[in-house]
Design a protein around this ligand. Sequence first.
Ligand code: ATP
Ligand code: MEV
Ligand code: MG
Length: 387
Amino acid sequence: MEVRARAPGKIILAGEHAVVHGSAAVAASIGLYTSVSVRLPSPNDNDDTLTLHLMDVGLEFSWSIDRIKEILPGSVNNVASSPTTCCEETIKLILTALESFKIPEAKMGIASGVIAFLWLYTSILGNKAAKVIVSSELPLGAGLGSSAAFCVSLSGALLALSDSVEVDFDQEGWVSFGEKEQQLANRWAFEGEKIIHGKPSGIDNTVSTFGNLIKFKSGALTCIKSNMILKMLITNTNVGRNTKALVAGVSERKKRHPDAMTSVLTAVDFISNEFASVIQSTSFSDDDVVKKEQRIQELMEMNQGLLQCMGVSHASIETILRTTLKYELTSKLTGAGGGGCVLTLLPSLLPATVIDKVIGELEQCGFQCFVAEIGGSGLVFRFDVLS
Ligand SMILES: Nc1ncnc2c1ncn2[C@@H]1O[C@H](COP(=O)(O)OP(=O)(O)OP(=O)(O)O)[C@@H](O)[C@H]1O
Ligand SMILES: C[C@@](O)(CCO)CC(=O)[O-]
Ligand SMILES: [Mg+2]
């Protein structure tokens, strides 16, 4: 029996970092997915290993079930229906399960993903043998929510196989979970994100689970229906960074300058709320569309300025801002910043020749550009009966 699940990445249109401190943020899923397949051995396979193959980084991990029981004795209990946080002590224990694998220095960030995997796997499926394969269309660690897509697709695949969730094995093709099961997958994914991010707001796993466009504030989600076409150019600086370190850096700055930072975070809250109301407003004439796009551009510019105040911009991001400004286009970083990806609004009346020119100039600087579909489906899964 094999189950496959996939979950999308995301862009944050307004409010990253501030959302960790209780301000509102607006995010949309994008049409790039992470897929997880979990294959359980048939009863006569005599397989007693848990294998994790991370295709994107070319790493494979394998543990005997006896070793899993030794590291995580709690894995004999089935806690799939009640998500629990992995404590520091357990993280240290799980780290010992990684010692024998020589992870190259350049790929050390992957260790946190493997710890999240072991925590989610053993909490949801206990100590069953299985072969798990992960692959993604998303760039890893680039601000497009690869960690959330990883945790959501993994939680979805594991829950589909667990006793705690009732699913119809005869359904064909990709299907969505019911609302209750989506909530459960989202809560487990949040526990995984805590291991990778330290202090996540929950926005990334929420938009990856439910898809579409959302406003998110203090853990609560509001679904949004956009009444305008938002076409965003995504430019990857290819500068690697780590969300956990950037989020911690903003918290440190807030501790050093509490009053100034509180004003910055409050300003972002207003920007996100205004962003949400502009895209939801129902005025459709050409003039109105142009005005709405101008307001969005101004909000993006202000949000980027405040992200600079938080200390999460980067020289490569500033180069993209300057380059797109030459074409009167507005950009902001998306996700955690420090490198990663930048969004540029492509207004509806912008000639294709200008888009080609700006992309050409950005690519000449060594950046990678693409236009992704915004607001697609969230977590889905499918069963395949193996012969
Ligand atoms: N396909 C994958 N295979 C293995 N590990 C993954 C995969 N996707 C994500 N990860 C884990 O997530 C980490 C990257 O998460 P991080 O939060 O730093 O970046 P991001 O989620 O891409 O960006 P952001 O959080 O800003 O949206 C990787 O180092 C790895 O531990
Ligand atoms: C930087 C941050 O706001 C978004 C990362 O995509 C972190 C979070 O909300 O968990
Ligand atoms: Mg992340």
